[in-house]
Ligand binder design. Sequence first.
Ligand SMILES: [Zn+2]
Length: 429
Amino acid sequence: MLLCKKIKLEVSAQDAATLEFMQGKCRALYNWWVLKLRAGERWNFNNAKKTLKESRKFDPEINAVYGKLLAEVFFRLDKAMQAFFRRVAEGEQKPGFPRVKPRHQFFTLCYPAIYLEVQAKTLLLPTGGGGNWGPKCYPNIVAHLTEDPPAVFREVAISRDARGNYSASFVYQEPEQSSPPGGIVAFDLGIKTLASGYTDQGRVYHIGGFKGARWYNKQLDKIRSKRDKCKKKSRRYLHLSKVYKRVAERKRRKQQDCLHKASHLIADQLAERAVVIGDLSQRQMVLKKQEEETPKDKRKRQIRNRMVYNDWGLYGFVQMLAYKCLRSGKALHIISERDTSKTCSRCEYKQDMPLWKRTYRCPNCGLVMDRDDNSAINLYQRFVAGLPPHTPSGECGVLQEDGNGVEVIGASCHVQVQQLELWAGVTYV
Ligand SMILES: [Zn+2]
């Protein structure tokens, strides 16, 4: 399977300037094409690529950009256009035409592996010019890698985060391990406890989630309100912006780390071969605005939705789980979780379970159990009974079937993650 390793780069001021120059030119080329297509130009990949020659004549400065990076711009635009055509064909309401890339964002630079050189922890990134291309305006970039790169890799994407740190994402092949002997574990994913599991041995697992979100949010809100009282672009304003970014990044990293550890625990540490989770796409997590809302309800809704969108990270968690399970030879099954929290796991009695009820008390058989454990047992029983059938692949996007009728789980999902990583500089691995 393909994985991606993101490593922080240390570059000199001159090399940083070279990177900025090259990404600026690549973005300009990309945006110029997007605007042309907006104005009604037909997209044809091969014809578009041939226009690079004219662009070089029009703006000789782009000769200082490494040619493979410029070629990559056309591949990237082609991907965006093909995705747009697919959405149109699927009849989506808002198919979303490819957009111009904003100036403040770093335009990710993709180098194919064969044009790169790695010596121990030094990465050599070529620039344009030299030979027939005339004088070389910028010397090749010599970047120091803060970690060891994979021995064999396919392509490398150079990106920059909000705080101005550069990093290189290496795409590499990793062998999948053989499957563990057997066993089933079902997990209920939730807010209070990240995952509650139940195994066919009758064991119960609890995996706690990221705890510090509230503390961080308080800090972040305080910094932002301080900043917003300052004059824009003043020294204090800029300083507080910097502090905000630093704290936000620390929070994000802590949270990602926590999700990685939790998914690693499930995929690599537990002995069970089959991992069962509920299909989140059917869950209503976000609270909708009510007609006549009291201020208390409004506050509640805001807190809840912030938690779901920013702090919870369950969707990222499922993606991590998908590729980590694939890597360790486990099968991840995503099944419908409908009514799993409402149903009694002993006698199948159903009752409403509002979120504040943390304990399931069955009036029919007298069962008293933690609500998440009860859901996990229901998921387990549903999976074992094989009813209702697994969610079709179209709905959850993670579960797929290959030509032989075998479930391939997570493979396509991970490719998506990788794309994300390459294009947006998001870390999942
Ligand atoms: Zn009961």
